[in-house]
Write a protein that binds this ligand. Sequence first.
Ligand code: DOR
Ligand code: ZN
Length: 447
Amino acid sequence: MSNYPETGRLSAPADTTLRIDNIRPYGEGDPVSVLIEDGCIAAIGPEVAEQSADDVIDGQGNVLLPGLVDMHVHLREPGREDTETIATGSAAAAKGGFTAVFTMANTNPVTDQPVIAESVWAKAQALGLCDVHPVGSITKGLAGKELTEFGMMARSDAKVRMFSDDGKCVDDPRLMRRAIEYSRGMDVLLAQHCEEPRLTEGAVAHEGETAARLGLRGWPRVAEESIVARDALMARDYGGRIHICHASTEGTVELLRWAKGQDIPLSAEVTPHHLILTDSRLETFDGVNRVNPPLREERDTLALRQALIDGVVDCVATDHAPHSSEEKCCEFDQARPGMLGLETSLAIIADLFVINGDQDWRFVAKVMSERPAEITKLPGHGRPIAEGEPANLCVVDTNASWTAEAKEMASKSENNPYEGMSMPVRVSTTILRGKVTCRDGNPVTTD
Ligand code: DOR
Ligand code: ZN
């Protein structure tokens, strides 16, 4: 089995040449020019500005990063095209600086068979805005009873490389053990939504002082942590590649620190919302703040931030979860869990870690591109900005602050938890295999 399994057939690289002038890879050093030919970086340097190209973008001294990779989104097609489609989700991804995303299997029908995965893959490749990798479900119909045919999906034209019942936990330990043993033979990733369901029945918010005062049923930290601990022990004894979705608690961080200290093969992601928002948001009873796992407390956000810096949590994933207004603008306990994330994540991570001088742009490249590409063994993405590498890139304009407003977003839904918040930087350009998929902050429509 190759270390980097192949992907499905990719949309063709650009047949024109592109030059980006006055740009600083990773925000380092003096500005250079980057020439892109046949979908790859052909040359980098100050002298490259002399070479001709069909299209030239003025980088205005801004930051060039590898195209971002999001291991966890929900694009809702098939089944809920009223809330997001592969087209609108791909546009949102391009606008957010992403060149590859993994869309979860909790669609309708569930992505538990090759034909569904193949249709998602083919639609996204025809659009050419972003590589959308379908995630296959671990159990048939997300019912938690019977494993799906990992091999058929892995070998299909979609080349499924990640399996998850996200939205639900594979809580049956015997089934999880079998899934791990089965996954090993194909070298696919298992992404676990850690939630012991017996501890979260009827829960709508983080179990704590705020939920108690507001009369909301609580979702305790231990519901997440008990599954993280169990799956860490399973990874220790049965191997495989297990990934922890949306880590949300201080205790999960402690468990991951322990597991990584033992060289247990485990990776983990954190969402932007679990890094900056807390359950203090619940006071308004606004359904936009309902999410799974729920917004926790300040000490959890601080532990998660430090864990990301230390590499205990590997990467950022948005868990972009579009929902209709009817499903969000209602009683809090009736609201569907989930928040938009694709178009705001880069700005939030930059604000939290880079603008204050704490971390550099290399850190952003690591947690939003390189690590997610490594964890998913995705070729062509999260690669160094260097000659000969695929031209999957994004430009961050560090002088363009903006206000996050759902009405201005490419996503079809409006459940934006950052509505009205000021964002310090903006993605101005995204490039997929040499093609511009976002220009001047707007996704490029192909028709
Ligand atoms: O808040 C969430 N929304 N968490 C999940 O795990 C699933 C997701 C969705 O599908 O809406
Ligand atoms: Zn989830």
